[in-house]
Unconditional design. Structure first.
Length: 162
């Protein structure tokens, strides 16, 4: 069930009396496409203040918001790469590569940090697998040492004194 976050009147300015019950999905989809909160709010037909309030109050929405922004930056990176590879024609809309690269550079640390925090389960699984592998290596080392020790005793018993 969707959480009902109380919204003050000033956070509803410009909205219809009844908003689309799927506004969260519409908003997040558009945010992922554009990385623009105002555009996403316009698309979902809500006041941006509503989105910000819900982000503050609802953990799941906040997590989905961050995922949408990560996706948006990935789209921007791919668009820049595509336009740099294929070039543009005179019919293309003007594209500000400098601004796009500046934005990606400014948000590089934020995106890297978000991506790192999104993978705790993967990291835990990786660490568990690594620990298991290390334990197996220790066990094998111990077995090899034991075999060498036993082999040395066997060969030592058969040796003639020097």
């Amino acid at each position: 069930m969707v959480q009902q976050t109380p919204i003050r009147a000033e956070q509803k300015v410009g909205e219809k009396a009844i908003i689309d019950r799927h506004w969260r999905g519409l908003f997040l989809d558009r945010l992922a496409e554009t990385s623009n909160v105002s555009e996403a709010a316009r698309f979902a037909r809500i006041n941006p203040s509503r989105a910000y309030k819900v982000r503050r109050m609802e953990r799941i929405f906040r997590e989905l918001w961050h995922e949408a922004l990560l996706e948006g930056y990935a789209h921007l990176e791919m668009e820049v790469v595509s336009r740099l590879r294929t070039g543009t024609t005179k019919d293309d809309t003007k594209y500000d590569f400098t601004a796009a690269l500046r934005l990606l550079t400014l948000h590089r640390e934020t995106v890297a940090s978000e991506r790192a925090t999104r993978r705790p389960v993967e990291q835990e699984g990786y660490l568990a697998a690594l620990s298991a592998k290390l334990e197996l290596m220790r066990t094998r080392e111990s077995e090899v040492k034991q075999m060498l020790l036993e082999d040395g005793r066997t060969h030592g018993e058969n040796r003639e004194p020097a």
